[in-house]
Design a protein around this ligand. Sequence first.
Ligand code: SAM
Length: 275
Amino acid sequence: MKKFSQSPLPFQGQKRKFTKGFTAALANYPNDGVYVDLFGGSGLLSHTVKTVYPMSKVVYNDFDGFSRRLQAIPETNLLLAQLRQILSDYPSDCKITGLHRERVIELLKEADRRGFVDWITLSSSLKFAMNYGTCLTDFTDSTLYNSIRMNDYDATGYLQGVEVVSMDYKELFLKYKAVDKVVFLVDPPYLSTDTATYGSNGYWKLKDYLDVLQVIHNRDYFYFTSNKSQIVELCEWISSVSTTANPFEGAIRTAISTTTSYNSGYVDIMYHYKK
Ligand SMILES: C[S@@+](CC[C@H](N)C(=O)[O-])C[C@H]1O[C@@H](n2cnc3c(N)ncnc32)[C@H](O)[C@@H]1O
């Protein structure tokens, strides 16, 4: 089975920086366990477990319809080929203007009329870095750039053997909480993160992040967060001034720093715990 070290399609918040650390940490967990990826996103964690432990049961919660985007890869590749043609004589990484822009917009409108379009993936080819659109007007009403990807996307075998479900994480947790050898993979949207490309935009508040901590209580788990969210600090503080236990007590912490620009950056954190 081919191992992907990152999501085969663009996905904000995918755990590609942790694939190595996550794979190493899995060594302490059962090869025939039941791994429930409560906040599946791009499915990268589910895919990783299945490649490491082919005998395990892996449940991927596709809350955003990422599998729909995977299914659409042939159409996405076709659109990219047409865009490459339209922009073949156009300088790369430049704003698309004039007749070229008109032709690009016409192509996008046609695709939209035909049905599903993977706007998030197209964003990587037509928008400024890290800018994402989720519908036609996010493209027709904004500046477009010629940063067309030159290779086709390929996700062959990516979700092979993985069970795909789509529901609120609380419902999924209830279904599996009493199952033998269950391990929960918990990677909620980060606090203070732009969640515009997630199905849940605007919904996540501090209370929602605190609610999530109930699923790790007294369970085998992997939990992902970042120093931007400050959930861990909050838990440490509460446990220091009250009798409430810190939910991360006894867990192993792995951190990866990322520098975004001069003197600024953030730290991605993975906690994992085995009873
Ligand atoms: C940080 S991302 C997960 C990334 C994933 N681990 C990966 O590697 O691609 C968080 C995901 O949780 C999803 N989500 C938001 N609200 C949810 C809910 N109530 N139940 C389940 N998933 C939810 C978001 O849409 C997003 O896909």
